[in-house]
Design a protein around this ligand. Structure first.
Ligand code: C2E
Ligand code: MG
Ligand code: MG
Ligand code: MG
Length: 307
């Protein structure tokens, strides 16, 4: 009886699993098609416009901006630009969902250039609207591996800075450890070119990937961004060995960064306790819901005024 039931269940499970997989594959394919269309639309709009930095009117992508603050004073240091896809029927789609599809299909390259251009354009517009009083604010833009390894990376960036009028020193690029490690040689060349233009580089989600410390000194990296998973573990208090471990890990990362001449941004700060501990550890900058969620451009501009 047991065998018979197992077999029966197994068969039933198999059928259910199959049809969900099928549905998922179709949904994925549909999303991929829609994404391709949305990215193609970006290119069309750009061709039609005589201003290379104009925001296309029927654009399905938006950038949201999350404040990055100086932990010692709470002052605004800059923003991280975070992409959103406003799907015509499904509404807002998270980058966690569409960026991987964009990478698989190569669509990330044209989409990524649009994101970079839009972010630089927006930051320059804010600076000008504020009588240049916020000229030292930085804009951080995430670059996917595929985009970072484009042979024309530096030319594209030069062109975007020229078109938008943003100073190179206001731009920070965020890449992850795996991009550097898996492409060390190509990355070194690009990084040196960026450095010579005073464009800063941040290592995103630090601690989640290879966490190989030995390679860090080989690259001209300005900033380590401690991943949110380490920051949220600071929430547990107490004095046991177990409870102190997250604190010690963050301390080690901060010390390492400082010894290498880098500064540190803590991601995902949600509680005053986390903020306090990060301050005590000497972490310079942070971002997280405690200060602000990512904001649309209008709300981010208000944040600049009332910072
Ligand atoms: P990321 O670069 O590590 O960005 C930080 C993510 O953490 C953002 O998620 C942000 O909304 C979220 N976050 C910030 N503070 C908090 C907090 O206090 N609590 C919690 N729970 N979350 C917080 P988002 O916007 O969903 O982006 C997810 C990831 O998608 C980004 O991680 C980045 O890897 C990727 N991404 C976003 N925009 C772009 C883009 O323009 N280009 C590329 N290549 N990747 C992007
Ligand atoms: Mg990032
Ligand atoms: Mg990050
Ligand atoms: Mg992260």
């Amino acid at each position: 009886i047991a065998m018979y039931r197992a077999k029966g269940e197994g068969k039933a499970c198999h059928v259910v699993f199959d049809s969900t997989m099928h549905e998922r594959a179709i949904a994925h394919l549909q999303l991929e098609t829609d994404l391709r269309r949305a990215v193609e639309q970006l290119a069309l709009d750009q061709q039609l416009s005589d201003r290379p930095d104009a925001y296309p009117t029927n654009c399905q992508f938006q950038l949201h901006y999350q404040p990055i603050v100086l932990l010692s004073t709470g002052r605004l240091a800059g923003f991280e630009a975070l992409a959103r896809w406003i799907h015509p029927t499904q509404g807002m789609i998270s980058p966690v969902e569409f960026i991987p599809i964009a990478e698989e299909t190569g669509l990330i390259v044209p989409l990524g250039w649009w994101i970079l251009r839009e972010a630089c354009h927006q930051m320059r517009a804010w600076q000008q609207a504020n009588g240049n009083s916020c000229n030292s604010l930085t804009i951080s833009v995430n670059l996917s591996g595929k985009q970072f390894l484009q042979p024309d990376l530096v030319e594209q960036i030069d062109q975007i800075l020229k078109d938008t009028g943003l100073q190179a020193s206001c731009l920070k690029l965020e890449i992850t450890e795996s991009v550097l490690i898996e492409n060390a040689e190509a990355a070194t060349v690009s990084l040196e070119q960026l450095r010579s233009r005073q464009i800063e580089l941040s290592l995103d989600d630090f601690g989640t990937g290879y966490s190989s410390l030995s390679y860090l000194h080989r690259f001209p990296i300005n900033t380590l961004k401690i991943d949110r998973s380490f920051v949220s573990r600071l929430r547990t208090s107490g004095n046991s060995r177990q409870a102190r471990l997250p604190l010690q890990i963050v301390q080690t990362i901060v010390t390492l960064a400082h010894n290498l001449g880098m500064d540190v941004v803590a991601e995902g700060i949600e509680t005053p306790l986390e903020l306090e501990q990060l301050r005590l550890l000497g972490c310079e900058h942070g971002q997280g819901y405690l200060f602000s969620k990512p904001l649309n451009a209008a709300a981010a501009e208000k944040f600049i005024y009332f910072r």
